[in-house]
Design a protein around this ligand. Structure first.
Ligand code: ADP
Ligand code: SF4
Length: 686
């Protein structure tokens, strides 16, 4: 299909200093949990985005000097010339598709605890490091500042040698020493680098000039700056010093990469912020500079993108998450296939990879992070190896993705679900407060499946062991999901919680099915991801008196990895949900529950009309037990039916099954590994 002419503007080339981007799709820097540890994986991931049409592909943070290291986080490194080849591999891969490679150089200072190099971190003024390590950053003297400038120059030259086209000076997110100098609350100096904004911006101005002198003849120099820190008077605001700084340096960088900070604000989840949530903060920037401006806001709608450019808000459509969920987003717009875009759902599972020091993963895009180690491509897949047929029972995220991918391979697939709608838990959970975008997991796959004549999908179709056998498919895949247990069994109470006769006990599945709960409600969250917190929010929103109890130290504790924990706890507090952290539930009585302190075992009894348990899920796998040994070519379980986990894990499981289906079994480790290179010198082996 030809491209919609309304989107032509998105495909105009844009000049950035001495280089030119082939269109307006700009993958801004983003962490990926691979960096220096998995460089081939990282290069292949970025290459896929270049292939998918992103005109600019940037790295995550690259450490510029050994005296500031982010270990164990897996960013990039350009400490020495020896680091250049790793980056050259990625730049070459990006250049294969005529895209530009951008390097986000950074000296993290007090944001990094230097756990690897063991040097004392540096900061404009003495302050504890941000990581809660028992360590303080020392104040930089003038020679430290001179050194920092030199390290930036050296790293910029190395980046140029590696093949980068755009070199960043990073003053965003309060993650760089340059931003700490800018900060009115982190910089308490009284010399020419402290005090007025002009003074606090001196280092930034110097590093920009140094970088331009060093590489500006062939490389563009970009400035990444958080124009609003959402801290009011405590930090930069877009109508205060944020704006003043941009006016002050307006024409110095070749490109402004603008966002809001801290990172959890910049990468806000869809539960808290809609598409375009940064527009109000950044829309003034183009009025005060003639240089190109890139901004972000989880943009997935081409109409929104085109209107941002037409209305003079942005020159480039910046994206981290939308490019992760769909590396081929630009190409799909270019080819008139807008309906095929796999839209980001704003869940931040991608961030959780980086937070846990493992390669990136994505709920919507199961191939993300697997481009090199498994050789997976987001748009193509090996054709079928036989004409055998497949019946998939259960059309949640796992079943839908398995059907979609098997269908793409050319297999004849029947997908059934007993529910009135396809979608399983993704559909049910998308009805919880703020999770409407999660429907995209379901909608995208149903839309894709509907276009394939080799897939038949049926709702309202409960399958039994007998009807499955009667159906006569060669292969049966069970994707029947999991149910929350109402016993309290979980991490904290492995034997379950004693429940008195007549006590009213519920689970999130009852919330999904619309069961009426009577207050006061006590929620026991031993799951620690979003579910406990979000049902508390929903039931409180329904007007019920809610107490949230968890053995953890904070609400929805795992959501720290998706950058949401503070926002979730703040929301519950504002709604008036009572919160009891560090407490277990030791007894559920008819009209009360007993809370037990996890440290002292001290107990207290509180009134309870309904007790809602969020502890663990049990696979719905009775069909497996009934069909094991039946006359089938294969019987498999995928997703939550096999091992309950995240929606991302269910999608991945469905995709993996489809990829492996009909292929020879892999012996040993089923993916490629990046092994550390052995040094040629070793004690006893000179
Ligand atoms: P997953 O996350 O693994 O995809 P879900 O719980 O989201 O799991 O989806 C499981 C789906 O399986 C639900 O939509 C449910 O209605 C469906 N299902 C469960 N048992 C049967 C069955 N016997 N026949 C048809 N569909 C079933
Ligand atoms: Fe978007 Fe979630 Fe994928 Fe991240 S993991 S890119 S937030 S869908």
């Amino acid at each position: 299909m030809p491209r919609d002419p309304r989107y032509d503007i998105l495909f105009q080339p844009v000049k950035i200093g001495p280089v030119t981007a082939r269109n307006r799709f700009y993958q801004v820097p983003h962490c990926n949990g691979m960096g220096r540890a998995y460089p081939s994986s990282m290069a292949a991931m970025r290459r896929t985005k270049a292939e998918g049409g992103w005109a600019v592909i940037c790295t995550e943070e690259i450490e510029i000097h050994h005296s500031s290291d982010h270990s164990p986080w897996m960013g990039g490194r350009l400490w020495e010339d020896r680091d250049i080849p790793v980056h050259a591999r990625m730049c070459d891969a990006i250049h294969e598709f005529d895209s530009l490679a951008g390097a986000e150089l950074n000296y993290a200072g007090m944001m990094a605890a230097n756990r690897y190099c063991r040097e004392a971190p540096m900061a404009p003024s003495p302050i504890p490091v941000a990581t809660h390590d028992p360590l303080q950053a020392r104040q930089m003297d003038r020679s430290d500042i001179r050194n920092l400038r030199r390290w930036h120059i050296d790293a910029a030259k190395r980046a140029q040698k590696a093949g980068y086209d755009i070199i960043y000076v990073y003053a965003g997110h309060q993650l760089s020493t340059i931003s700490h100098f800018l900060s009115p609350y982190r910089n308490r100096r009284s010399d020419e680098y402290g005090g007025s904004l002009e003074n606090r911006a001196r280092l930034l101005r110097e590093v920009l000039a140094d970088t331009k002198d060093a590489v500006g003849d062939t490389c563009a120099v970009a400035l990444r700056f958080s124009v609003d820190e959402l801290m009011g008077d405590m930090g930069f605001t877009s109508d205060g010093e944020g704006r003043d700084l941009i006016e002050m340096l307006a024409e110095i960088p070749d490109l402004w990469d603008i966002n809001i900070s801290a990172w959890e604000n910049d990468s806000a989840t869809s539960r808290f912020k809609p598409e375009g949530f940064q527009n109000d903060y950044v829309s003034f920037v183009k009025q005060v500079t003639s240089k190109p401006v890139v901004g972000v806001g989880r943009f997935t709608s081409p109409d929104t993108m085109a209107s941002l450019v037409k209305n003079g808000v942005l020159d480039f459509i910046g994206a981290a998450r939308p490019s992760i969920a769909d590396p081929f987003l630009p190409k799909k717009i270019e080819e008139g296939r807008v309906d095929d875009i796999r839209e980001c759902i704003g869940c931040n599972i991608c961030v959780s990879g980086d937070s846990n020091f493992v390669p990136i993963r994505c709920t919507q895009n199961p191939t993300m992070g697997e481009e090199w180690r498994r050789g997976w491509h987001p748009e193509s897949i090996a054709p079928k190896t036989s004409d055998e047929t497949v019946l998939i029972v259960g059309a949640g995220p796992a079943g839908l993705e398995c059907a979609r991918a098997l269908g793409q391979r050319g297999y004849t697939v029947t997908l059934t679900d007993k529910a009135p709608n396809l979608g399983g838990r993704a559909l049910l959970e998308s009805r919880l407060p703020g999770l409407i975008e999660w429907r995209r997991v379901t909608d995208h796959r149903i839309q894709q499946i509907q276009q394939m004549t080799n897939i038949d999908a049926y709702q309202h179709s409960e399958m039994t062991a007998q009807s499955i056998l009667e159906f006569g498919a060669d292969h049966v895949v069970l994707a029947t999901g999991a149910k929350w247990v109402a016993t309290g069994i979980g991490r904290e109470m492995p034997k379950g919680i004693p429940i008195a006769e007549g006590a009213r006990v519920f689970t999130p599945d009852d919330v999904h099915s619309g069961t009426t709960l009577t207050g006061p409600v006590v929620i026991f969250d031993d799951d620690h991801y979003y579910m406990g917190g979000i049902v508390a929010e929903k039931l409180r929103g329904d007007g019920l008196d809610v107490t949230y109890v968890t053995p953890a130290a904070e609400v929805s504790s795992w959501t720290q990895y998706t950058l949401e924990q503070r926002a979730i706890q703040a929301r519950l507090l504002k709604l008036g949900v009572r919160i009891a952290t560090a407490h277990s539930l030791s007894d559920i009585r008819k009209q009360s529950v007993v809370l037990s302190c996890v440290y002292t075992s001290e107990q207290r009894e509180i009134d309870c009309g309904s007790c809602l348990l969020v502890t663990m899920r049990a696979p719905v796998d009775t069909l497996f037990a009934e069909l094991e040994g039946a006359d089938l070519k294969s019987l498999s379980r995928i997703g939550d039916c096999f091992a309950p986990s995240t929606i991302a894990a269910a999608v991945y499981s469905g995709h993996l099954h489809a990829r492996e289906f009909g292929e020879p079994a892999i012996q040993g480790t089923p993916f490629r590994r990046e092994l550390p290179a052995l040094s040629d010198t070793f004690p006893g082996n000179t």
